[in-house]
Design a protein around this ligand. Structure first.
Ligand SMILES: [Mg+2]
Length: 348
């Protein structure tokens, strides 16, 4: 796992909950002609209340705030990554991606189609709702960027990594978010089950891939990646499937984790190299009988002390400050507080 952090050249970032907060809010509601706002919010809110998806919960939350108790849902069905179906007060509802409706022959009227396009170009998510066989509303839901994402991406680039934004959202939404945080490469409209395949495809192109994700649907991709990093605020399944877990939801920790692993690996290699050189020189000397046993014993002990001291230098590792750009991996580490190193080594 440590070895892979050195060769990693591509970092795939899940969008929702990883680059963004994942806390969705209902931004606006656009209605087809003849549809009442209250009816739309109540029926759709009731159906969405039965789903655990963050987008669905954002809509349900507004509906609950306005109407209190929402009607019950019959025949609820979830189409993963696409939307939900169910019957509310005798109306058969379909709520989700416009393609879910289109697949059932329900197309958006002009004003809803326009609202969808406008929302997606602004990086928001358009959820289409249909009932009684007709597309009737667009719910515009927006997620907010984590304030630290821009800095995190800049640091990953400084470490020589190519960031890729991976999302189930539309190309336009993904592009708007990517542009805000400085990512050029986007893989959008990916169904949850396809995320691992995307990682596999990048690997087949010869890239060594790190993946950062938070959700259940990221787990296969985290496991497939050469290095899987789970956001600590994410789901247990994602954490289980990853190699590293960041305690906070702060993406800047990804750059720190990669820097620390790279430095650890350099230290291990340095130690091996030293121990090897040492033996190559002293073993023949000892065999020829030129080495005083007392000196040989001391040398052996010194060798161990060196390896420990060299490894202790890792304790100097410090995460970057909030607005500090990443150093390249070859710069000399800063020494924030030599006292932590302790003992003889510090006084040298
Ligand atoms: Mg996610």
């Amino acid at each position: 796992m440590l070895e892979s952090t050195r060769r990693v050249d591509t970092i795939v970032l899940d969008k929702t909950g990883t680059v963004t907060t994942g806390h969705m809010g209902l931004h606006s509601l656009v209605l087809a002609e003849g549809t009442q706002r209250d009816e739309a919010l109540r029926l759709v809110g009731a159906l969405e209340d039965a789903s655990e998806h963050p987008i669905a919960q954002a809509i349900a939350k507004d509906a609950r705030a306005e109407f209190g108790r929402l009607p019950g849902v019959d025949s609820f069905a979830n189409r993963q990554g696409l939307g939900v179906l169910g019957v509310v007060e005798g109306h058969a509802l379909i709520v989700g991606r416009p393609s879910l409706l289109a697949g059932r022959g329900m197309h958006l009227p002009n004003n809803l189609e326009q609202a969808r396009r406008y929302a997606e170009h602004a990086g928001k998510t358009a959820i289409a709702a249909a009932w009684d066989g007709q597309a009737r509303a667009i719910f515009v839901v927006a997620d907010t960027l984590k304030p630290t994402s821009v800095m995190a991406i800049a640091r990953l680039k400084t470490l020589g990594l190519r960031p890729v934004l991976l999302t189930g959202d539309s190309q336009a939404t993904a592009q708007a978010v990517a542009a805000q945080i400085g990512i050029e490469e986007i893989i959008a409209e990916v169904l949850p089950a396809e995320k691992a395949e995307v990682v596999e495809r990048l690997q087949a192109e010869g890239r060594v891939v790190a993946m950062v994700g938070d959700g259940i649907n990221d787990a296969p991709a985290l496991a497939q990646a050469d290095l899987g990093l789970a956001i600590g605020t994410g789901t247990d399944v994602a954490i289980e499937a990853s190699d590293l877990t960041l305690i906070s939801g702060d993406l800047r920790g990804v750059a720190d984790a990669i820097r620390l692993s790279r430095r650890t690996l350099r230290t291990i290699k340095g130690n091996l190299c030293w121990a090897f050189a040492y033996n190559v020189v002293l073993v023949p000397v000892a065999m020829l009988g030129f080495l005083n046993p007392l000196f040989a014993g001391a040398a052996m002990a010194f060798s161990s002390v060196f390896v420990v001291c060299n490894s202790l230098r890792l304790r100097r590792f410090q995460a970057l400050g909030p607005d500090e750009p990443a150093h390249s991996s070859h710069t000399v580490p800063r020494i924030p507080n030599p006292r932590i190193v302790g003992g003889r080594h510090a006084s040298q």
